[in-house]
Design a protein around this ligand. Sequence first.
Ligand code: ATP
Length: 895
Amino acid sequence: MAIRQHLANRGLNRDDKKRTDGMPVLFYINRLNAKHHCGNIGELSSNFMLSDIVNAFYLHLYCSTWVRGLSTVMMLLYTNPKRGVFEEMVNEQDWQQEQDRLDLVSVTLRAAIAELEPEVAGLRDQVAEIRKRFWEEVTINTSTHEDFEESFYSMKQQEAVLSERERSHQNRVQRWKSMKRLLPSPYFGRVDFQEDGLSSNEQIYIGVSSFVDVDGLSFLVYDWRTPIASMYYDYSPGASAYETPGGRVAGTMMLKRQYQIRERELQNVFDTSLTIGDELLQQVLGQGADTQMKTIVATIQKEQNAIIRDDKSRMLIVQGAAGSGKTSAALQRVAYLLYKHRNKLKADQMILFSPNPMFNSYVSTVLPELGEENMQQTTLQEYLEYWLGSSFRLEDPFEQIEYVLTSIQSQGYEARLSGIRYKASEAFLRALQSYALWLGKEGMMFRGIRFQDRELITEEQLKSRFYGYDSSIRLANRVALLREWILRELTSLERKEQEARWVQDELNYLDNDQYAEAHGALRKKYRQEKAVFDLNEQFAEMYGELEQDEANDFDFSTQEEEELLRRMIVKEHFKPLRQDAKRLKFINVNGLYDQLFVDDDAYRLMTNETEVPEHWQEMCKQTKEKLSRQELFYEDAAPFLYLKELVEGARTNTEVRHLFIDEGQDYSPFQFLFLKQLFPRARMTVLGDFGQAIFPQATNLHAADSPLIRLYGEGDTSLIRLVRSYRSTREIVEFTKALLPNGEEIVPFERNGRKPVLSKMGGDKMKVARLIEDLAELRDEGFDSIAVITKTMAESLEAYEALKAGGCEALRLITKETLTFERGTMVIPAYLAKGVEFDAVLIYDASPRTYHRESERKLFYTACTRAMHRLLLYATGEWAPFVQALDTSLYEEMR
Ligand SMILES: Nc1ncnc2c1ncn2[C@@H]1O[C@H](COP(=O)(O)OP(=O)(O)OP(=O)(O)O)[C@@H](O)[C@H]1O
């Protein structure tokens, strides 16, 4: 090894293997310190064998100061001092130098991969072999205490060897995988940095993971998540700095360069003096939409980097315009946190709440692309279904929005809307908390425990027992006491029940299996009591008899057997009662929730609230009707579960450390409070856009009085705003931002395209014909991800049928059941298109008959902002009011 050679040349004792084995690690640590790289043991162990690391510590402890000094000198020797400041344009010579370096890195990478390949290929066999040989290497002798101790230590030693081998194998596999990932495109960026006080400057090449040269000293590529790499995202050439655990390192960035590399060939090299090269971003954004989201590590923008690397706030709120990279930043943030805390944070300790299941598939490839495991992904609906789905038919958010959009004329509509808003509010949560306190004094509702049409324990008994407990004991704790009491009662009732007539009847009709089970149990019991008779023989005899004449009633030979069988029979029948008691089924939560929605005076009394929402009576009626059918509105599900937990005791998940909530504006303040309670040890990252708040219970994420800021308090909350929109062309952003009242603050990224095209047609038939023509043209132009976006599912069905009937082929209808996002042409309602994007978007009907209410403006905006390159809108008759209000220079009109 090169380092060992260096040391030997400098007079270090080559025979001291322990010392020299540790040397590369020590140098590595020195270099990490020197660069203030976040050199945690995870990174260290992925680059070295455990034995090398241990030896390094040995060396560090025992070697003399001059060796330590030498390590620093060596570090400098290994730092290539040849640097220069490049002009904006990369000239031919620089290009060649870059290609040469790329070749060198590629060759080194290939060699390192080839070296590890045989080991990795034979990995499974090796580990299996080690396991197989485990016991051969261990001598077990337990004759004396000393022998026993020796055996124990021999086993421990062998186990330690095994786990170290396994760990080092795992590290090798990981290293091998990350090198394979690097191979086609080892890096995407470079900064040349001269630290204040040092004369040399250093070239830092940045890629999706780190790659250290064979000498174990020189970083040929730095992981984009290392502190030093953060400069690439945060600064342009000039004064720059980066934060390390040991403090801030300041200096001058001499150069910032970007690369596009494909299959080890340089495609493009850009030098940049401003933000991260607009050229590269232009190219990336100019590409077609993908069926899966892509990583953005090469072009992360400064404000996105702040989101990714924020590691302080308990609550991080990101309010960002449509297409500003909120979801992208969130996913890179997951990768960053997994890297930074790799020793204590696992992917399954992070959960992403997505707007719908299709979105889960859309984002599922980003983390694996970065070499990280996916975090857990779910939707709030999935969670609610898990806990309430067996007792209720739950309305989902899409049914709710369909109702809101389509049932304006129906009776009780305003009351429902008022209910949706109220049940989403903090006021309702407060009301439920007060209600729980009230229940501590009166009003609890129980279900008597019934068995075979008899009431074993009555509701009254339960109630008086419950209110007999000390009233200072918390509600949930009193429920737990009651449960224990019920279980004890059931045990004594079970004993009494054994004499009942029905038990005798059942005894006469027991089948062979039940006998066998009973006698098996008896035999076990006798064995345990060391009984001196051979039950086997008896059992065989009895079994034989039974087989001979199954119809005969069994003649019980001993009273004990009969008792046991009686006990077994009753126990079996009581099992569901016990299970129900354990699951707290004796609490009538339905009744408790239902009881809330009575008259307004009672509500005020129970909840201490002074106000009831508008349309209270009608709202109560709707809620009760739904409950009586074992159904729950979407807006009732979280409150119902919350009340259940107030009474039964809260369920919490303390494993999860990071919660990501995408499309956060669609969650109610109530739901946020609920999630906070559910994950008490998690930090929250909420990403959303109030401009896309399409649900009536929406939360404004960034307003001064936002309930989200109150959730953890201002001191523990950071708010980041993203105003630059990357998804759509400048023309589309100019059009869509004009749809919003505060849209002027949205800044388009300078990527040009065609203005949105508005086609007003004489009738529906002509409109469909135009749509079909346009779809064909768009496909001819090479766009292969095209969405016809409608307001509702009913409109989607209508559009789908009409387009199909008109001869449009290869069309896909997206419903809430669709699980995967695929390339092609699709018809999709706007609320399901949230979060995803398409090359071209066609708004099926932008006339007032579809969009006319002010409340539909944001839905319309959400639909239009899904377009990356082309936006086309259609109408018959007039344009929707918010389109009419637009400046005509923002679009092209076709007739
Ligand atoms: N820094 C970046 N580099 C390259 N592409 C980017 C960058 N930021 C965002 N994008 C691209 O912009 C598009 C929109 O990003 P993303 O979906 O993350 O935005 P969003 O804010 O979540 O949007 P919405 O709220 O509309 O769903 C994606 O194609 C993404 O790859």
